[in-house]
Ligand binder design. Sequence first.
Ligand code: CO
Length: 211
Amino acid sequence: MKPYEVLLNGNKLWAADKISEDPDYFDRLAHLQTPEFLWIGCSDSRVPANEITGTQPGEIFVHRNIANLVINNDVNLLSVLDYAVNHLKVRHIIVCGHYGCGGIKAAITNHDFKAVLNMWLRSIKDVYRIHRAELDSVNDEEKRSDRLTELNVQEQVFNLAKTSIVQRAWKQEQRPDLHGWVYGLKDGLIKPVFEMKAGTHIDELYEYDDL
Ligand code: CO
């Protein structure tokens, strides 16, 4: 059997299993998608949103990229954000990083990862620079990258709050709340590290006054 055929077989077993538990399962899901949450997570294969939160298909709208970044000109991310906020009407947006993140570790090095990856990792280096005093004072390398993981999640939450998409929803519908979480690969537990309730004021430079 070819490696990818394992996936297709696994899928058949999974679908049969679901139907045996609940014959209407797919009928119901096919007609309804009303997730309350948008999840912005890392692409890392060890951090699947539904599995680690004990949720089912249909409950979380998901976007994943390397090191869970919210980049202000990333059309992919912004499309997902726009759709989740304005059409699905999600009540919460979760940016979830994870300790031991390869993207975070790579950004701390001075290695040339070549054009596209260098470009992506640059944003994480910027987060480091903003918090350089705190991070430089952490001697242990693993602890330093773990702390950068937490600060990165916080900065990405700020980046969400800087978008007119989020600010308009805050003004008109008092949602969504923004959450910054970090998942632990070693214990499977999620640590909430930062939160911004809908309507929180940010640096006025980023606040639109004519939404
Ligand atoms: Co990662």
